[in-house]
Write a protein that binds this ligand. Structure first.
Ligand code: P6P
Length: 339
């Protein structure tokens, strides 16, 4: 029975990554150990997020609980979980979190060769209304683990060795790339294992969806305005695009990866660098989009080529289907040519 055979031949993420890593004979399993700690953090956060609504009802998460203790807000709790998981992996030497003003330099007792940048719970303002939220991460290698400096994390996104996200929604979906394509895994809570459900994700070359906060339209620049106009009133006789904007980056990106289209958080007069953070939002999602056959552009250059000047730097971003990003690049080039 093929179905039974499939059911027993479960491709767990650990097996999948071990297969991938076996291509590198020198690999000593450090990455697999790091990843298993990231996954542990995701399972914990998934469980806490799923209880958040209920906990709020009975006064636990984010409120004072029955013992009258102030419960940690979920994003603070998530940050602590990932810092502890990454530290105890003994495979990291430097951490940057959206929740922490300063980077964490781990003492060499021993520490590892990996640098992890992460947003422990992106979109957490959406928790109370039950919208999907997520953890976003990127992984760099340190040059010399006996001499770790902040420059080791102020690297362009094109130096990432891996990136991914975990979306806490109707199911817990983990999407990752280690540089040879993008694969998606879904948590089977009865096994506590992430199972391969979306092998070799490729973003459609064109898309019928655009995703942007139209509330910022008054402040957009000319290329952005023209691009959105072309989505609503196409001049080539094609059908207008649909607008889908969840306001939670992991959810908007996951849809864009699977269905295609354009996700954008452009610069505007109010915020010339846009809103999204370069290291742990723009770079990881741009890395995934390129690995899936799409593109990521800042309005000036390829997003992954940007060199951060500080760990919480922001950047505008247009990312998604190859042809959609090509269109916005042409509009910016034309605008530049016309001065
Ligand atoms: P706006 C959530 O706060 C977030 O960081 C991303 O997850 C999301 O894409 C963006 O901000 C939404 O921002 O300004 O449209 O509400």
């Amino acid at each position: 029975h093929a179905a039974d055979a499939n059911r027993t031949d479960l491709m767990t993420i650990t097996r999948f990554v071990l297969n991938e890593q076996s291509k590198y004979p020198e690999s000593r399993g450090d990455f697999t150990i790091l990843l298993s700690n990231i996954l542990l953090g995701c399972k914990f956060v998934c469980s806490a997020v799923n209880k958040a609504g209920l906990a709020k009802l009975i006064g636990l998460a984010g409120e004072t609980n029955v013992q009258g203790e102030e419960q940690k807000k979920l994003d603070v709790l998530s940050n602590e979980v990932f810092v502890k998981a990454l530290t105890s992996s003994k495979r990291t030497c430097l951490l940057v979190s959206e929740e922490l003003e300063e980077a964490i330099f781990l003492p060499p007792t021993p520490h590892g060769k990996y640098i992890v940048v992460f947003d422990p719970l992106d979109g957490s303002s959406n928790i109370d209304c039950g919208v999907s939220i997520g953890t976003i991460f990127g992984i760099y290698m340190v040059k010399d683990k006996n001499n770790v400096t902040l420059d080791d994390v102020l690297q362009p996104g094109n130096k990432l060795v891996a990136a991914g996200y975990c979306m806490y929604g109707s199911s817990c979906t983990f999407v990752i790339s280690t540089g040879s394509g993008v694969n998606g895994f879904t948590l089977d809570p009865s096994l506590g294992e992430f199972i391969l459900t979306h092998p070799n994700i490729k973003v459609p070359r064109k898309g019928k969806i655009y995703s942007v906060n139209e509330g910022n339209a008054k402040n957009w620049d000319e290329p952005t305005t023209k691009y959105v106009e072309s989505c609503k009133f196409p001049q080539d006789g094609s059908a207008p695009k649909s607008l889908r904007y969840i306001g939670s980056m992991v959810a908007d990106i996951h849809r864009t990866l699977l269905y295609g289209g354009m996700f954008m958080y452009p610069a505007d007069m109010k915020s010339p660098n846009g809103k999204l953070r370069l290291l742990y939002e723009v770079f990881p999602m741009s890395y995934l989009m390129e690995q899936a056959g799409g593109q990521a552009f800042t309005g000036k250059e390829r997003a992954l080529d940007l060199v951060p000047s500080h760990i919480h730097e922001r950047s505008p971003v247009f990312l998604g289907s190859y042809d959609e990003v090509e269109h916005i690049k042409e509009l910016y080039a034309a605008c530049k040519a016309n001065g």
